[in-house]
Design a binder for this molecule. Sequence first.
Ligand SMILES: Cc1cc2nc3c(=O)[nH]c(=O)nc-3n(C[C@H](O)[C@H](O)[C@H](O)COP(=O)(O)OP(=O)(O)OC[C@H]3O[C@@H](n4cnc5c(N)ncnc54)[C@H](O)[C@@H]3O)c2cc1C
Length: 388
Amino acid sequence: MDFDFTKEEKELIAEVRAFIDKEATPELLAETRQLGLIYGGPEGRKFIKKFASHGWLTPNWPKEYGGLGTSEMVTYLIREEMAYSGLPCIFVGAHMAGPAILRIGSPEMKKEFLTPLAKGEIEFALGYTEPQAGSDLVAMKVRADDQGDHFLVNGQKTFNTHCHVADYHWLAARTDPEAPKHKGISMMIVDLKSPGITIRPLITMAGWRTNEVYYDNVKVPKKNLVGEINKGFYYMMSALDFERMAPPGVYRNLFDEIVHYAKSTQAGGKPLSQNPLIRQKLAQMAIELDVARLLYYQLAYILDKGSIPNYQSSMEKLFVTELSQHITETGMEVLGLYGLLKEGSEWTPLAGKVEHFHRWSVVETIYAGTSEIQRSIIAQRGLGLPRQ
Ligand SMILES: Cc1cc2nc3c(=O)[nH]c(=O)nc-3n(C[C@H](O)[C@H](O)[C@H](O)COP(=O)(O)OP(=O)(O)OC[C@H]3O[C@@H](n4cnc5c(N)ncnc54)[C@H](O)[C@@H]3O)c2cc1C
């Protein structure tokens, strides 16, 4: 078995790397971190249009929709490079809604949304969670009532990240209140500028923003229904499998910086790199990071073989997000009391990244499904254990 990438893949990544080195300005990196690795700010939008003009945002999409028709592996390699460099790497349109539109969207819907998504001209935000429907998504209550040529949408969503900077909402709403709960939900695309939508901030402990979104008699044209009516729950589950495919690069980069710090810093007259506890912990993290990368690339491999990973996405999401907590905890231990200093302080090591990502890593194991939910999926779908 050959674990290496092909010559073409390596050449493409070198090209992407060179582009990133040139274009990743401090302003872009600061804005991206402040927004939570998304691209909706002015710097991010400027960058992504340039980046996407090479076909690098959606390389695996067909050429007719702005892709390059490459393997999934290429997409995964590029996303990992972006994540490692601290650039926007979470794209609801390119990586979650887009693949669903490709599979189940009408020809008109594909024409309207796919090319602008591939060019980085528009972006989506996920609209699943409601105050009483998080892990248990079938409990959602937002209603979309059929009014002939349009739906009339009413209700409240919560924790809908990106909405304040995105263009469209990838909305799950109840279209048949009488049907069994998972059979009465539909997916639709909503223009976030539609009259009747109010977006309010919810600030995470990492400082970036997610939102509450209120729908008050919002008209959504019927043509924006995704796939078949009342099949939305199944589409949502599939889009969630894609959402859970998180590139580990952000934390691989942080880890490399922590190792560099341990090598170059003295404490009590000795380099930190000679501290046996620190050495043990860093070695352990190095192993886990390699496992995370293999789990991540395995997802691309499965997609390239023509299947959609499901419990494997849960395994990867669970492993990477729990690893993010191990790495930032290790980072806090390596930095000692300096680890408490925030970005901007004169004495903050690594530009405050460890402190920042230490707070950030807490939410990693919640969004896109909590660790408990991922373990349940692995137990049921992966191991065939009975449902609880
Ligand atoms: C920062 C952030 C960003 C987010 N972004 C988005 C977004 O863009 N769009 C969107 O739609 N949603 C988003 N979410 C919502 C996220 O997906 C939910 O928060 C998550 O699915 C958990 O749902 P909940 O918060 O309602 O918790 P609950 O479902 O109420 O769970 C509470 C606790 O109970 C546990 N639990 C629940 N059910 C079970 C079970 N069956 N077995 C074992 N344990 C269980 C959970 O693991 C958790 O620990 C975001 C959340 C956060 C924190």
